[in-house]
Design a protein around this ligand. Sequence first.
Ligand code: UD1
Length: 358
Amino acid sequence: MLLHVVGARPNFPKLAPVHRAARAAGLDQLVVHTGQHYDDAMSGGFFRELGIPQPDVDLGVGSASHAVQTARIMERLEPVLARERPTWVVVYGDVNSTMAAAIVAVKLGLRVAHVEAGLRSRDWSMPEEINRIVTDRLASLLLTPSRDADATLRAEGEPEEEIVFVGNVMIDSLFHALPRARASGFRARLGADGDAVVVTLHRPSNVDDPARLAAIARALREIADERMVIFPAHPRTQERLRAASIDLGAVRVLDPVSYPEMLDLVQGARVVVTDSGGLQEETTALGIPCLTVRENTERPITITEGTNQLAPDPRALPALVRAVERRADVRRPEGWDGKAGERIVAALIARSAHTAGA
Ligand code: UD1
């Protein structure tokens, strides 16, 4: 039996293709939601839009400091895993729920498969970097989205037989949702043309320091003098903007939007300005230019083979937005083909048999 543990918004488009492929293969599966994200716009809506059945178990942990949130997940997940004793505990990405689940599972003697293994920003100030490293160290099946991730895991001393390149499962969900995204008409309802700039920001490094957030807001206001800027803002970002009384001028700030709505915005944008990991990948897959407001990225393939560039200094953003040009062709990295979910399930099945017979 597969037991999937998810908790935060970026986990859900990664779960959907794996769940679908496992169902097609006739595997038993259970979905545990930690409750790290709980608003309908951040969680429930994604389950409906992605066609994932409602979670079998909801741990309801909610928001808290990292230590408290991680501890709550561990405490509440332990009895579930002890009762179910699945063949695999499947964890996704790099959020607190991912790491917490991996620790609990391994201490119960259960095997962990990590979807999106091997990504590294080399920036230890990011909570996600710690989550990635701990999870990869503990997992016994490392399912990687790109070849650079394989090389990273090898260099860290992970055994060769644990590393399986499967490609990027986010892109499975993207292909699956594109027709609905086009049909949503969301962009048209906002009156956006092909010159609109789409913004998302939520990393602590960008939104928790009021001076940094104000500098980013200045840049966005300047961009909005020239073209439409649409900014679906994470609850945390909205709260920080309010607390610091930061004015965004003509920027259209929206509540978090649904997955198809976001894809509709992205595929029709001149450029995406973001600090999200998933958007760096989605823009590469769609051939839309992306400016990543960070010093580094754990997804270098979106720069070397994709449309992404780092833009750590917000003052540079207005000129970069003016300068970007859409590439004529769309080239996608290896394994970003909509079939990663099937390869993940094949790897899980192959490894289960291997271990049972060993
Ligand atoms: C988490 C992930 C991050 C991911 C992001 C995507 C970690 C360490 N971080 O960050 O990697 O990119 O999700 O969204 O796991 N809040 C709500 N409603 C919700 C959820 C959160 O209002 O449904 C607000 C709360 O004020 C909360 C804040 O957002 O305190 C932060 O939520 P949290 O889950 O701690 O981290 P994210 O910033 O969402």
